[in-house]
Design a protein around this ligand. Structure first.
Ligand SMILES: Cc1ncc(COP(=O)(O)O)c(C=O)c1O
Length: 408
């Protein structure tokens, strides 16, 4: 078959890679606890359902909406930003089919094929796929466990800039690391972008889940660099991943006009979800704060449990809901497979995300996994218990057997 080299070069999502093992474990009658994926478990605020119910009548035609998003939706989003002290008007917003489409549109709008984009590593794995789709080369800037994955000094970042560099893309609060960059380092990135005439793209989908200090958007910076773009999403903020709604926020009307051409080709973001979201955004600031408190509590709980497992270390997240964990194993992908195949506690087994897939540099992250605190405290206790027992059993295997654990 003649599949394009472009699709063939793409990796399957490393987070979903263990899915066949999960199916096998379920076929053996086990319940699989998912600590591998950033799918929040908290209920979507009820205003979302109510907004949809109020909109739908027995004779409603579920029609296309404007390609840039419904005016009421953009107004609700702009008001939300204003309530957070971020100067955004509806005309600065283009609604997208969630953060994923926003990322792809942004790359397509600012990069030529063959251009480079700098991304701190480890990073959200789909960045790589979006770059493939846009023909852009992702150049990773390594960040390290030892410094809590904070940004390296500007002098080091500068060395990655070439004639083909178009942009820097970063995510803070971070997935997978939970790092929150300081205001100073974000402002410094803006300065650098201004000096080098680069776009700065901030993936702020976890902005509200900042546990230390106040959330900070690049749009709040005093550095008036036009080429700054926020990618945002309702998925995590409202525990509404299935609503598929996101935003591109920019002060550059030219950029949004260019992106609108692509938005017109895909016609519109989902109308029904926008109707639910309008009511939800207007009334759920308190719910977001409650979710944030819940995640903070869970992270504290999980970290305390991890403290009690011999040989395990972790980076306490300052934001988002992920915890990077270092295990006393050589290859966390084999260990993750082994958990699903061989470890069951009270009829339960565990799925974790091996961290190597979040790195572009071969060999990095091999002893690390990412856990997502999107489970309640009781389930997190079970996660730690399965992990502890799994590590004990794994350590007793002869090294040759460990190397033979199948990967897929
Ligand atoms: C860092 C980051 N950006 C963007 C997304 C895209 O999410 P969505 O398309 O649901 O908005 C995700 C989803 O997990 C993410 O973790």
């Amino acid at each position: 078959m003649n599949y394009s080299s472009r699709v063939q070069a793409m990796d399957a999502s490393p987070i979903r890679k263990l899915y066949p093992k999960e199916l096998e474990a379920r076929a053996r009658g086990l319940h699989v606890i998912h600590a591998n994926i950033g799918q929040p478990d908290l209920p979507t605020p009820d205003a979302f359902r109510q907004g949809i119910v109020d909109y739908l009548t027995p004779r409603t035609t579920l029609a296309y909406g404007p390609s840039e998003g419904l005016p009421e939706f953009r107004r609700a989003c702009a008001d939300f930003y204003q309530r957070q002290g971020i100067e955004v008007l509806p005309r600065h917003i283009l609604a997208t089919t969630a953060g994923s489409e926003a990322l792809l549109f942004v790359l397509l709008a600012i990069c030529e094929v063959g251009d480079e984009i700098l991304v701190p590593e480890p990073f959200y794995t789909n960045y790589r796929t979006f770059c493939f789709m846009a023909g852009v080369r992702l150049v990773s800037i390594p960040t390290y466990w030892e410094t809590g994955f904070s940004l390296p000094p500007l002098s080091e970042i500068e060395t990655f800039v070439t004639d083909r560099t178009r942009a820097i893309l970063f995510c803070s609060p971070g997935n997978p690391t939970g790092v929150v960059y300081s205001r100073e380092s974000i402002d410094a990135l803006l300065e650098l972008c201004m000096q080098k005439n680069l776009w700065l793209v901030a993936d702020e989908v976890y902005r509200d889940f900042t546990y230390v200090g106040q959330p900070y958007s690049i749009l709040q910076s005093h550095i008036q660099w036009e080429k700054r773009i926020v990618v945002d999403s309702l998925s995590k903020r409202y525990s509404a991943c299935g609503s598929r709604l996101g935003l591109i926020v920019s002060y550059d009307p030219g950029l949004l006009a260019q992106i609108l051409k692509m938005a017109q080709a895909r016609l519109c973001p989902p109308t029904l979800d926008q109707q639910g979201a309008i009511a939800m955004i207007d009334s759920s600031d308190r719910a977001i704060l409650d979710m944030k408190d819940t995640y903070a509590r869970r992270i504290g709980h999980l970290c305390a449990l991890l403290d009690a497992i011999p040989g395990v270390s972790y980076i306490k997240p300052l934001g988002s809901f992920y915890v990077m964990v270092r295990l006393p194993v050589e290859d966390s992908e084999r260990f993750a497979s082994y958990l699903l195949e061989e470890v069951a506690v009270d009829g339960r087994t565990l799925m974790v995300a091996p961290a190597a897939g979040f790195y572009a540099t071969a060999g990095r992250g091999r002893s690390e996994i990412r856990l997502a605190a999107v489970l309640d405290e009781m389930q997190l206790t079970q996660v730690a218990e399965i992990l502890r027992i799994g590590l004990e059993k794994y350590a007793q295997l002869p090294a040759t057997n460990r190397a033979m654990v199948e990967l897929k």
